[in-house]
Design a protein around this ligand. Structure first.
Ligand code: ATP
Ligand code: MG
Length: 473
């Protein structure tokens, strides 16, 4: 049976691909509809100076003094930060160590009081308000996930997850029920009675996340929440966070110094340097249009081939037929898409191999119905996590797009050479997508020969056209 869906990406993958290829257009469409009540957090000219005379330092900075010039008065950790975080977005703050990220995020829930400026959470001022008012904000509006989990070692997973609710005085039955729900949501069902020490780092961080989610606040602040995790777990947590965000519609402020993580998670990214936000934009903006030399260096120092992943740059695989579709469907797809080869997929969109136009033509002429004998199994494949640097060899070996598959061998997307080169060469994604016709090598069989063959053999075939896969959109 031919599959109906053109590409079966996981939510994380879909989001990642969508981000890379339609983010700008989509976001500007969305932002046009946004109104002021869609603002979750508004920071307006906030400063934080640590030291002897912070107010004076902030004033001098506001008057244009350099950070170093006020060093005698204190350490300017955050200087004149102004930004809005929109409801439902993942807002990433990225920067080198000491650039002021933690200080900034701590001012958003009142853990630190700004030296100057204003912070509003859903329209309510947070800067300089009473401890009681802040408790209310933290209880209802903002919860936080820390880098080192900050779990209570002598309490069970359940009690850790329910801790915030306990502090709020939520009755025991209700808090256990709520904690149970979020523990299940983060994949910890069955672990309720264990202690943190019995869990791996990744699982402990899930408890930290569950604790923040149990409070059911609209905003999550996450300071390097995944930095202590090993890379595979980290990637998994990132994908789960994106899923959670989509499902629950949380507004998330996420701090990282990892460019790849920032690019993956961020709807928008604020890049900080020496206390200042030096660029605020979409991942595409940051990577392709850095605001200044610092940002350019930040993204350039990192080798694009080692930062960008296959899943991050892949296109939907267009030239695809189902194994059951038959040689005519394969030939027709190649003719329509003007390529010399198609990917062949089986059940669950598992990649079986590649069929070439010359082989398909012969089969069609002979009236054969089975595609399998001509499926070549030498298609170049990579997984979504692999970096572009891993694509050079497979891309050079074959003129076909490199197939991106998941662990089960399912086809997720394809990377034509033009896409690989564009990604490496820092060409904007819109320039790539407008060239989408270039999905593979040009046909080796003339189009009219294909068409004529299909027409001539049409009576021999009982294959419904519906069996043809691949999108032409
Ligand atoms: N409580 C404090 N007292 C004095 N100086 C501080 C304090 N907290 C932070 N700073 C200083 O403020 C600056 C910004 O620190 P911050 O912790 O916000 O940076 P960061 O970007 O989070 O760094 P990292 O990536 O290492 O976590 C640094 O120079 C730091 O030394
Ligand atoms: Mg920090």
């Amino acid at each position: 049976m031919g599959e109906t869906s053109a590409h079966a990406l996981s939510p994380g993958e879909t989001r990642r691909t969508a981000r890379r290829y339609s983010s700008r257009a989509f976001r500007s469409a969305v932002s046009n509809e946004r109104e002021s009540n869609d603002v979750a957090i508004r920071a307006d000219g906030i400063y934080k100076v640590f030291g002897r005379r912070p107010k004076e330092a902030a004033k001098r900075l506001a008057d244009g003094a350099d950070r170093n010039a006020v060093a005698g008065l204190g350490t300017a950790a955050v200087i004149d930060a102004t930004f809005d975080v929109t409801v439902g977005e993942i807002f990433v703050v990225m920067g080198l160590s000491g650039s002021g990220k933690s200080t900034l995020i701590r001012m958003l829930n009142g853990l630190l009081e700004p030296t100057a400026g204003s912070v509003e959470v859903f329209g309510t001022e947070v800067a300089g308000v009473s401890e009681a008012a802040l408790r209310d904000v933290r209880r209802k509006r903002v919860s936080m996930v820390f880098q080192h989990f900050a779990l209570l070692p002598h309490r069970t997973v359940m009690d850790n997850a329910a801790y915030g609710l306990e502090v709020q005085g939520v009755p025991v039955a209700e808090r256990r029920e709520r904690a149970q729900r979020v523990l299940e949501r983060v994949g910890l069902a069955g672990w309720e009675d264990k202690f943190p020490g019995q869990l791996s780092g990744g699982m402990q961080q899930r408890v930290g996340l569950a604790r923040a989610l149990a409070a059911d606040t609209d905003i999550l602040l996450m300071d390097e929440a995944f930095s202590a995790l090993d890379p595979l777990i980290r990637r998994e947590m990132q994908e789960q966070l994106v899923e959670l965000q989509r499902e629950l519609g949380k507004t998330i402020v996420f701090i990282t110094h990892d460019l790849n993580e920032a690019m993956f998670l961020g709807d928008r990214i604020a890049v900080m340097r020496d206390g200042r936000i030096v660029q605020l934009g979409t991942p595409d903006d940051i990577l392709t249009d850095p605001a200044n030399d610092y940002v350019a260096q930040f993204v350039q120092d990192v080798d694009r081939a080692r930062v960008l992943t296959a899943a991050g740059v892949m296109e939907p695989a267009r030239s695809v037929v189902s194994a059951t579709a038959g040689p005519r469907a394969a030939l027709r797809t190649m003719r329509d898409l003007q390529t010399s080869a198609v990917f062949v997929v089986g059940n669950g969109r598992k990649l079986l191999g590649v069929v070439h136009d010359t082989d398909a033509l012969k089969l069609v002429k002979r009236g054969h119905k089975d595609l399998m004998p001509i499926v070549r199994t030498d298609a170049s494949t990579v997984t979504g996590e692999q970096h572009l640097v891993d694509l050079f060899e497979p891309s050079a070996e074959s003129p076909l797009p490199v197939a991106v598959v998941d662990d089960a061998g399912r086809l997720l997307g394809a990377i034509p050479r033009v896409t690989l080169l564009a990604a490496l060469g820092n060409v904007t994604s819109s320039a790539i997508t407008s060239e989408l016709a270039v999905v593979g090598p040009a046909p080796t069989v003339p189009v009219d020969v294909m068409t004529e063959t299909l027409r001539e053999t049409a009576v021999l075939s009982d294959e419904p056209d519906a069996a043809i896969e691949g999108t032409h959109a």
